[in-house]
Design a protein around this ligand. Structure first.
Ligand code: AQP
Length: 332
């Protein structure tokens, strides 16, 4: 039997998951399960690259795991685990740090964006080397494919560069992964600034929809979403707020943007906002019921992440042993 291709991806528990995380990545992961050997991780080590309250980190880590399962990831079919439970991620990350360059890391858009939001004295080395830890996450599992949103394409490129550099310096060690970006999902943008992506760590809670937001909150956030003064529903870059609402609507209903524009001819923005809220609420309702159930059953979540870490650790160790030998570390 042909060996299944390997998939790895993860999300940060930097908050609870947003509609952007769901439409941009998680929904795609669910569609792919079964066809691949899949590892999905809650990347808590990435989440501490910016200041984070320990009690919030603990809460968000379990929430993200619950969100994964509630959205449809099946722990019987995929390996679900918490990054810090598998120390090989930190170990490989250090080694890869020594094969990554200051120049290439300085060009990362996410670093530039996130460091702009921090006090310049509070930008950590961890934030700077974030893409190297991400490379370690992926390369440890010899992943063939990494399903992420469009916003992560640049980090995937650096992962490929690091893998190729290491393979060229020593010998074939890492599978060079391909990004797996669903074509029909543009970035989901902030509801308050439609030129920036929707992010769970945004300081303005009206900017994002959380998978856990209750219907009234979802309606309110869409109602307040920033649009423009043109007043006609069009799918164009000149109307980024409306374009974002159409993208969300389209992704959930599978209707083409042009069809949606036709449906809203002569109707105002208020109607579009109401309808987008309705389809989002309907999509999230069954997921929310499961999230509530899972968060009341922490023992079950614990069983999942313990079993997941054991499986992940076995695969990760194989790669790490090889890497250590190649760089010249003496085995114990
Ligand atoms: N707005 C988005 N549109 C489409 N895809 C998105 N993703 C995130 N936001 C959007 C995808 O979700 C996955 C999770 O990535 P992450 O949690 O590791 O970090 P991130 O990309 O930095 O996500 P956030 O929500 O913006 O977190 P914070 O606020 O902490 O930075 C990735 O596959 C990403 O592409």
């Amino acid at each position: 039997m042909e060996k299944k291709k390997v998939i790895f991806s993860g999300m940060q528990p930097s908050g609870s998951l947003t509609l952007g995380n769901y439409l941009g990545a998680l929904k795609n992961w669910v569609n792919l399960q079964g066809q691949y050997e899949s590892y999905y991780c809650v990347v808590d080590m990435h989440a501490i690259t910016v200041p984070k309250e320990p009690k919030h980190l603990r809460k968000n880590t379990l929430e993200v795991l619950a969100n994964y399962i509630a959205a449809g990831l099946d722990p019987e079919q995929v390996t679900l685990f918490i990054q810090s439970h598998v120390p090989a991620h930190a170990e490989l990350s250090w080694i890869l740090n020594c094969f990554s360059y200051y120049g290439e890391l300085s060009r990362m858009t996410q670093f530039k964006d996130k460091s702009r939001k921090q006090d310049s004295n509070a930008i950590t080395a961890g934030l700077f080397t974030y893409p190297v830890l991400m490379a370690a996450d992926i390369l440890l599992y010899q992943a063939d494919l990494v399903p992420v949103g469009e916003d992560q394409r640049q980090h995937l490129e650096i992962t490929r560069d690091i893998a190729q550099r290491f393979n060229n310096r020593f010998s074939e060690t890492f599978t060079v992964p391909e990004p797996f970006i669903s074509k029909d999902v543009a970035k989901v943008m902030s509801l308050q600034d439609p030129n920036s992506k929707m992010s769970k760590s945004d300081s303005n809670e009206n900017a994002y929809i959380l998978l856990m937001d209750k219907p009234e909150k979802i309606k309110r956030k869409f109602k307040r979403s920033v649009t423009d003064s043109i007043g006609v529903v069009n799918y164009t870059d000149d109307q980024p707020g409306i374009k974002n609402l159409i993208n969300i609507y389209s992704k959930i209903t599978n209707k083409k943007p042009e069809e949606i524009v036709t449906d809203y001819e002569g109707k105002g923005y208020a109607k579009l906002k109401e309808d987008v809220a309705e389809v989002v609420i309907a999509e999230l309702e069954p997921i929310q019921e499961k999230i509530d159930y899972l968060l009341k059953n922490k023992d079950y979540l614990e069983k999942i992440y313990i079993a997941g870490a054991q499986k992940a650790e076995a695969a990760a160790h194989k790669t790490l042993r090889k890497v250590k030998r190649k760089v010249g570390f003496i085995p114990r």
